[in-house]
Each structure stands twice: as C-alpha cells, then as structure tokens.
Design a protein around this ligand. Structure first.
Ligand SMILES: Nc1ncnc2c1ncn2[C@@H]1O[C@H](COP(=O)(O)OP(=O)(O)OP(=O)(O)O)[C@@H](O)[C@H]1O
Length: 366
C-alpha cells in the first residue's frame, strides 16, 4: 500500500455479552484496493463490514476513512455505498428509480441524473430494462441494478456483503467479472465479504482471512495460497485444500506437513513417501482428482492432468517433493517458517481434525 491507508481499523472490538462479533481487529485498506474479508460462517465478516459502514458501533477501537475518525459517524454520512446479498432494491420502484434514488434524495440536477443513469446502465448491461420493477428481473439483473446504484452514488468506497450468493454458478461468474471490471474502471475501493475462497482469490488484491472473530492472516491471494501462516489458512484456501500429513510419517516429528494437490504425484521407481488407498476418483475433464486415504493424513487429493486411470480400492504410492512441503508446528498450528514463531507472539492451537490418527503414521499397507 502506498501512502496513508484509505480505510484503517485499529483494535476494533464488537461483541455481544463477550461473545461472537469481532475482537481486536486491525486492518488497513489502500485507495483503489479490492480487499476481501473471507472466513467460515459466523467468524465475524458481516459484523466487521457493518462496523466500517457505520451500521454497528465498536465497543473499543477506531475506524478511520480517508484520514478522518469516523468511529461514531452515522452510516449515511460516511460517503460509501453498499451492495448486499439481498439486493436491497425498492420493490415498488422501477430500475431507473432504484438506481437514481440516492441522487434524487441529494436533489442532483436532472441532467446529471440522466447522464449518470445512462453511464451506469451501459456499464452493467441494463439498457432497455429501465422501466421494469425488480420482480420483473432475474437475480443477476437485480444485482446489477444494485451495482448500478453504487456506481451513480459516486462514492469512492463500496462495501459488498456476499453480493453473489443468491445467484446460480454461471451468473455468479459473470457478475463477478462485472464487479471486478467496475472496480477497475472507476478506481473504487471495495471491501467485499465472502465465505467463498474462490471468489476472494479471483477478485482481491488482499484477503483478510478471519476465524472466530479475529484476523487469522492478511495477505495477497498468492501469499495465502503459497505461504499460509497457519493450518487453518492452509486448509481454508485452495480447492481442493492443502493436504495435511502427520510429520512423523515423513521423518519430521512434531509437525504437520502441508502439500498442495498439484504438488502431490504418483511415485515412480519405488520412491514413495506415502502408500495409501484410492477412495474416490473424480474426473473433471481437464484434470482428475484422486482422493487417497492414509491413516496419517487428511485431505490427500492428487490432482492429475486429464484422465487418470485409477479405481477405488487400489493401492497408490505418492511422492511429496521436499521443496513443496510446508511445515507447521504440531502444537501451535503455525507455519514453521513464520518469523512470529520465534518471537513469543500469542498463537492459537490448531488441533488436527482426526487427531486420533496422529499417532498411527504408518501407511495402510504396513
Ligand atoms: N446482533 C447480534 N447479537 C448477538 N450476536 C450477534 C449479533 N450479530 C452477530 N452476532 C454473532 O457474532 C458472530 C459473527 O456474526 P457475523 O454475522 O458477523 O458472522 P459472518 O462471518 O458474517 O457469518 P455468515 O457468513 O454466516 O453471515 C456470530 O456468532 C453471530 O451469532
């Protein structure tokens, strides 16, 4: 990020009876950045977005937007737009009236309104639909109306809360591209809530991964993918996620060894690191996922190019190249390369999901 952050949260906490919400979250967003807040259901994503929007007031900590302390400024005065999962359109108003609602409230001149409407409808492919009511539109069209409203508002900051989750897979893709194109074209700063790691990976400059109300890791999609700081991050990002192997099975006791599916390969010439059993084979066209069971591992999925001739029940020998292994401390769940490992920072313990298998690292054929 260059220069001062456009949005800055410092040690923000908002909980209910000491539970839920978010605790001690700090975050900086640069102007023009696309930042996703990612995490599982209930981890505090919407609470964080609502705090930035001014719909929720933190019990402690501060929110600065454009250098000003806005912690106690009401939502309508923060100069931002919002796009929700539920579209939040007025059902009795037409597309045109919905898009121009904010400008009417501000009493913008008619010529400016018409120009903005034309620009936004063209940008979002809504021409010809201006007189329709929301009930006469598809889900994708409704969400584009909501985006058009954000465009005409002219606010430099746009907050989006799961805007694609009501759309089917194909529409999600096309509206996702619209959102990215819009953000680039207008230089918008976007803070985007999602539980879908694919969305976060494809849209974002920066991902804020959350867990149980706290920030787990902040970084670029590439950093989260290649250098996850914790086992939680390793297993949340990537589809299929990073496999985890009890280090004892690979000569690295007291660790969990992570490896991405594309780096797992079927062993040749008897150089196997692990010997497992094929549980499932998923042919996906360009690649095949071979799901492998092994007592000391979870999430073992080999991603093979094209068709792979494997059947459930077969024994399979796997290689885990040393240069692609990511080592996590078995006690703290943190990446062993993470410098915080050695400086006494507080760490959360990450239990292996199948901890009972941790002490049985032999291969299934032993
Ligand atoms: N008004 C409230 N009163 C009490 N608890 C709340 C309130 N709002 C949120 N919570 C709790 O705070 C936690 C975080 O909620 P939040 O909606 O921010 O999560 P989320 O990550 O957006 O979840 P989802 O993806 O399911 O929407 C949850 O445990 C939720 O029950």
């Amino acid at each position: 990020m260059q220069g001062a952050p456009f949005v800055a949260l410092r040690n923000v906490t908002r909980q209910w009876h000491g539970r839920g919400g978010v605790a001690d979250v700090s975050l900086e967003v640069g102007k023009g950045d696309f930042v996703s807040i990612l995490g599982p259901s209930g981890c505090g994503k919407s609470t964080l977005l609502r705090i930035i929007a001014g719909l929720e007031t933190p019990q402690s900590g501060t929110v600065h937007i454009s250098g000003r302390d806005e912690t106690h400024v009401q939502a309508s005065r923060r100069g931002l737009s919002m796009v929700f999962q539920s579209y939040a359109l007025f059902p009795h108003l037409t597309v045109r009236e919905n898009v121009l609602f904010g400008m009417r409230v501000r009493r913008a001149p008619a010529r400016e309104r018409e120009a903005k409407l034309a620009e936004a409808t063209a940008m979002l492919g809504l021409e010809g639909l201006e007189r329709r009511k929301p009930s006469q539109l598809s889900g994708g069209q409704r969400q584009r109306v909501a985006l058009a409203r954000a465009v005409v508002s002219g606010h430099p900051l746009c907050l989006m809360d799961e805007p694609l989750s009501n759309l089917d897979a194909k529409l999600r893709h096309s509206v996702r591209r619209d959102i990215k194109a819009l953000q680039r074209r207008l230089g918008l700063t976007v803070i985007y809530v999602t539980h879908d790691q694919t969305e976060a990976m494809s849209l974002s400059d920066t991902i804020v991964l959350m867990r149980e109300g706290r920030v787990e890791q902040i970084g670029s999609p590439q950093a989260l993918y290649a250098a996850p700081e914790t086992i939680f991050a390793a297993e949340f990002v990537g589809e299929p996620p990073m496999a985890m192997v009890d280090g004892a099975a690979l000569g690295a006791p007291d660790t969990w060894v992570g490896i991405r599916p594309e780096h797992l390969s079927v062993a040749t010439e008897g150089k196997a690191d692990l010997i497992g059993l094929v549980r499932e084979v998923e042919y996906l066209g360009a690649e095949t996922h071979i799901v492998v069971d092994h007592d000391a591992a979870r999430g073992l999925i080999v991603s093979a190019t094209g068709h792979a001739d494997w059947r459930p029940g077969q024994t399979i020998e796997l290689t885990l190249p040393a240069k692609h292994r990511v080592l996590f401390d078995a006690d703290t769940g943190r990446n062993k390369k993470d410098p915080q490992q050695n400086c006494g920072a507080s760490h959360r313990q990450t239990e292996p999901r199948d901890s009972h298998t941790a002490h049985h690292p032999q291969s299934v054929t032993d």
